[in-house]
Structure formats: structure tokens, C-alpha cells
Write a protein that binds this ligand. Sequence first.
Ligand code: BGC
Length: 521
Amino acid sequence: MAGGAFVDSGPAGKEYPGKLTLYVFFTCVVAATGGLIFGYDIGISGGVTSMDSFLQKFFPSVYEKEQRNKDSNQYCKFDSQLLTTFTSSLYLAALIASFFAATVTRVFGRKWSMFGGGITFLIGAALNGAAKNVLMLILGRILLGIGVGFANQSVPVYLSEMAPARLRGMLNIGFQLMITIGILCANLINYGTSKITGGWGWRVSLALAAVPAAIITVGSLFLPDTPNSLIDRGHDEAARKMLHRIRGTDDIDEEYNDLVAASMESKLVEHPWANILRPKYRAQLTMAILIPFFQQLTGINVIMFYAPVLFKTIGFGNDASLMSSVITGLVNVFATLVSIFTVDKFGRRKLFLQGGSQMLICQIIVGTLIAIKLGTSGEGSFGKTYAGFLVFFICLYVAGFAWSWGPLGWLVPSEIFPLEIRSAGQSINVSVNMLFTFIIAQAFLTMLCHMKFGLFYFFGGWVFIMTTFIAFFLPETKNVPIEEMILVWRNHWFWGRFISDEDIHIGKNVEMGKGKPKAEA
Ligand code: BGC
């Protein structure tokens, strides 16, 4: 392998004038709240499915099994396909919705895609809160899923287009921060509602999803569309004004012209879906598939969805289980802040490599700690100190994810596609993410039952593979203007071979890698 393979390809590009205006900051904060609905949902299902009243009403067979199995094999007591369908149906809906969302996002703008997502989620929350049977429950989940599909399609792209290149990482990660806040709120709400004795606590948990939905629905109405999308839809003057406003300077000609050039090029493309298969987009297509795939194969959602179930499995009581998931939720939020403040300084690669190594080590330790106590029979329990250690390493693992694959899994795909394939590329990203979220959600309880502690080694193996992949195949993208990203791929030791000089039309005033010096090399 070429020695240079490990070296960043070195961002090629230039820096446009302009500062971080208050206006752009606030629009990004509002747009990022789209992450709340996704996060709330991730966090709420695990807690709800561990509530006895919920199980008794909708999944009595699981409830009985849980009661009967009190002191037998810990690994298998929650294994039920029906129960996992409740959790995972949402992700299938989101997967399908993201393809429709691609067209809405491209044709009507990013803003309406967010609005549509918020409204659908709102209806889903109402249906779920009022659910009388499994059908209503699953129907509600499907509507929530459609909402998530639309929001996850439009929000990351919106943020990356609005942000000045040198702060793009920070502003984009606002989305992931909102996801983690959503998860934490859901964990806290579950903790509170599980104490409601009337057996309707789960209703409150599910219905409160309406709050984040209302935030993004109303918020999106106040959002302007991005200059990129405005130009692409023929509103050149509005785009120029918007660029002026968000960059806070008159000196916007260079960026504006590059956006127009990017849009003109995108107009030559009739079928973004067929186009994305062309060799010159091989790198982007590969990343659009592998990054979300790898993100899910870190195994993070085992913790996010099933933390309470998992903690119960390894012998924690009801209260301790829900409390421990509040702790992992807190770690998730605070560790995300680390990436916000470092991603544009150290770059994406360093975070990926550091976070990946940390996760791998923790997974090996967690698997081994469980193996020692529960072995393969699944019988046994943990003492207080031992359980404390276990939670500590799970937290360290969550922290590693929260400053690497969590935020970067949304940031990197949103910043690497040229305009002509951006919506299509993002919907591949969203749908692969949802597909594997679905698969993991659906398979986890069965996998735990069969693979036992080995499950942690299994995900650890994947983390090793993905970290190696990043080391060799992902060039650094920090500080590179989004419409010039093609230069980064052109300069990469591997992906460069798929792109010829004729493929590069953007930023004609910038020769390969010889633009104005960047703020920071
Ligand atoms: C992932 C989710 C995950 C969450 C955890 C997101 O980036 O897409 O699947 O549950 O991070 O914080």
C-alpha cells in the first residue's frame, strides 16, 4: 500500500470572504432542531418497550415470557420479533420516504422538506399517544418514520450549504447535537413516566414526541432557503441577496459565481440517479453507502434503543436500568460538544481515527466483562462495583461514538456531493442509514440471545474494519468549500483515478489545489 495512503490528501480549495453572522447562526440552530425528532424517537422506544404496562397492553406474550423467565437465561428473555417490529418499523418508513424527500428537497427547496417532515411526525405522535391497538401503534410509527426520512434528508444538507466552509463542521454538527438532546430528553421522560402508576405512562412518552415535531414544523416556516437551492431553482437575485445576508459582506462575487457555475453544471444532468453511477462519482457513491452502513455497524443503537433492556438483561433493576440510560444519554450530549469544537480544527479524519480506536477498546472490555460474569449460559449477576465498571466502559464507548461516527456520519455525506447529485446522494445516505438501523433494531435481541457477550466483539470487529477504511480512503474535507469538493477527490491517491481533468469545471479560477491560501493548512 502506498505510504502516502495514510496522509490527508490535503484540502484543495480556497476561502471565501465573510464571517459567521448571527443570522446564519440562528437559521442553523433552528434547522438543526430537525434532529430532535429523530433523537426523541431513538430514545423513547427502548424505555417504552421495557415498561410492564406497555408490554401487558400490546405485547402480552413478551410480558409473560419476561415474568416466567425471571431467573433463567438473561441473554434471551426479551427476544420477540413483534416487539422489535414496533421499534424498527419506523426506520423502514424513513428509508422509503427519503427517496420522495430527495425530489421535494430538490424541486421545492430544503425548507419545505423540513416542514413536511415536522407535520407528518406530529400526526404520528398523536396517533401513538392515543393508540388502542398494535395497528394504531405501528401506523403511528410509520408516520413518524416518514417525518424522520424528510428531516434527515434536508437538514444536514441545509446546514452544510448555509455554513461558511471553515465552520461547516461545527454548524452541521448542530444536527447531531439535537439528535443527542432528543435522545436524552426521551430517556428522562421515560424515567419520569415509568413512575406513573395508572399504567398510562407510556402514552405520555409517546405523545410528547409532538413537542419536538412542533418545534421543527413552526421553526421551518421562518427559515430562508439556501443560496445553492435558490440558484438551482432559478431565483438568482434572491440567492445573491441571501448570500450577502448570510456572509455579512459585499464581497460575495466569487462564491456566488461558483454557486452559479455549480448550478449550471447540475442543469446538464437530467437524471441524478443515473448520473450518480458514473465513474467520476465513484468516491461519493461509495461514501454515501459505506459511511451510514459503518455508522450503524458500530453497534451504537444497541445502546441507544435498548439501553434499559440491556441493563435489565445484565441484571440491573427497573430503576437502575432507566437511570443508567440517562447517564449514557448525558455522556452522548456532552461528548458531541467535543466534536463541535474540534471538527474544523483537527479535521474529520483525526476524529474518526481516535473515536474508532476508543470504541474498539471499550467494546472488547465490555464483552469481556459480561463474559466473565454471565459466560455462555447467561446465568449470573453483577455486583455493584462490577456493574459500575461496565457502565463506565459503555459510557466511554458512547463518548467515542459521539465525537466521531455520530456527527461525522451525517456531516461527511452532506458535504461531499456536487450539487447535481446532492439530493440523490443524500437520500442514499439516509436510506442506507435507516436500512441498517432497521436491521440492527430488528436483529439485536435475537443476536444477543445467540451471540451473547460475543455481540460486543462482533461490533468491535466492524469498528476495526471501518477505522482502517477511513485511514486509507477518506480524504480530509475540512475547510473546503462545498462546491469545490471535487478537487479533494481528484487529489486523492485512490479516488483520483476515477476523475479526469475534464470532469472539473467548478471554480475554473482555481487550478487544482492552487487556490487562494486557506486559513489553515
Ligand atoms: C445515528 C443514530 C444514533 C445516534 C446516537 C446518530 O448519528 O444516526 O443511529 O442513534 O447518532 O446519538
